[in-house]
Write a new protein. Structure first.
Length: 140
């Protein structure tokens, strides 16, 4: 014991944010979804589209500055939802390996994890009617 001195040892461990931890876990441990799993996820997406009852949807990955707008052309039936889900999956496959597709806890969006060789990213798919301002038609 050292007299007269208050000796303290601390270990500094930087864990990062919950997002950083999830990125690391997805990159290291999650497997790419199979075709069968993707088919089930398409149905989840189609049901979500019906529940949300909007005609515009945004696919957003803030970290990648990746924003894609989907226009359902004023139709929101189940078949249109499945078609949109198929287009969404194709769009996601162009960005990397799809590791997860699930509703967020608050049911406000679909959370999607995509990985490439070096890193994983969270994307969100959500209703976006309030983000679109339409000014007349093509000719008007």
């Amino acid at each position: 014991m050292i007299k007269g001195e208050d000796v303290k040892k601390t270990s500094e461990i930087t864990l990062g944010t919950a997002y950083d931890i999830n990125k690391d876990l997805v990159q290291k441990y999650e497997k790419t979804l199979t075709d069968e799993e993707l088919q089930q996820k398409k149905e989840l997406i189609a049901r979500y589209i019906l529940e949300v009852k909007q005609f515009y949807f945004m696919l957003l990955c803030h970290e990648q500055r990746d924003y894609t707008l989907f226009n359902l052309n004023n139709e929101s039936d189940y078949e249109k939802g499945l078609k949109t889900a198929t287009e969404l999956i194709e769009c996601l496959n162009n960005r990397g390996q799809i590791k997860g597709i699930d509703k967020t806890k608050d049911n406000m969006a679909i959370e999607i994890w995509i990985s490439n060789e070096n890193e994983s990213f969270a994307y969100y798919f959500f209703g976006y009617d309030e983000g679109v301002i339409e000014i007349g038609g093509i000719n008007g």
